[in-house]
Design a protein around this ligand. Structure first.
Ligand code: 5IU
Length: 251
């Protein structure tokens, strides 16, 4: 769908959550709206990847529960790289339970997500109060998915946005369309050389998501970590993402 109105520049967005503010600050400083998804399964691969792409990204997105040798040491090392290269740590946990269970998963699992994640994803399906447990960690709600046949229809999207706007914990949402300006928009399903996989993923280009959806941050997985030269690929996505964002300001 065509965007309703001119997009708001990152610096003009009224983001109140401290983690959201930090993300915007990093984007402007690094001229990057790129979040790399490190869907890698060993500590060695993840640390190597973080070092290579770190200067080009504003956040590194992880799925801790796919890491075969997950340990506190991985987090210690990742925090070091994140501090040095200035990016946030984003755990794509997709919580989706009652508040009490989410709190246990967030604070008590072996992953100790609450100790290190700057950002976490949550399905707002449990309702407004279920989001309280994330305290000062930045919550990104999933209001729409990128995969073919997702159940996140217009009705769900509208209700999920309402919950996101009402909760003080939420700084933004994941979607494949424009969302209200007081939330940051995160869009996965971005790839410049593929239109999808054979498991339902659907890809758009950076140009399309910044122009049509008014995305603030694009999330790229295989487009970068499967590239022969991940550093060059990250730089390429960073440049293309930033140019597409700047162009979308003039549309
Ligand atoms: N991701 C999506 N689509 C979604 C949501 C999350 O692709 O709607 I919510 C995640 C899954 C994966 C990354 O970790 O973003 C995209 O990876 P690829 O660029 O490799 O498809």
């Amino acid at each position: 769908a065509a965007p309703a109105k001119q997009r708001i520049a990152l610096e003009d967005k009224k983001i109140v959550h401290p983690v959201g503010k930090r993300l915007v600050e990093l984007a402007l400083k690094k001229q990057s709206n790129l979040i790399a998804s490190a869907d890698l399964i060993t500590t060695e691969e993840i640390i190597d990847f973080a070092n290579k792409v770190g200067e080009h990204i504003v956040a590194l997105k992880l799925h801790s529960d796919i890491i075969q040798d997950f340990s506190d040491n991985l987090i210690v090392e990742l925090k070091k790289v994140a501090r040095e290269k200035e990016f946030l740590l984003f755990e794509d946990r997709k919580f989706g339970d009652i508040g009490n269970t989410q709190e246990l998963q967030f604070k008590k699992s072996i992953y100790k997500i609450s100790d290190w994640a700057d950002l976490v994803t949550v399905h707002p399906i449990g309702g407004l109060e279920s989001l309280k447990v994330f305290e000062n960690t930045g919550v990104i709600t999933i209001v729409e998915m990128s995969s073919k046949g997702t159940l996140t229809d217009d009705y769900y999207f509208t209700k999920a946005i309402n919950v996101s706007e009402e909760s003080g914990n939420v700084l933004g949402a994941v979607a494949q369309r424009q969302i209200p300006d007081n939330l940051l928009l995160f869009t996965p399903g971005v790839n410049i050389s593929s239109t999808g996989d054979n498991k339902g993923q659907q890809y758009n280009t950076p140009e399309l998501v910044f122009k049509n959806y008014h995305t603030d941050f694009m999330i790229v997985g295989r487009g970068i970590y499967k590239a022969a030269d991940v550093k060059t690929a990250a730089k390429e996505y960073q440049t293309l993402g930033w140019i597409s964002y700047l162009q979308s300001l003039n549309d």
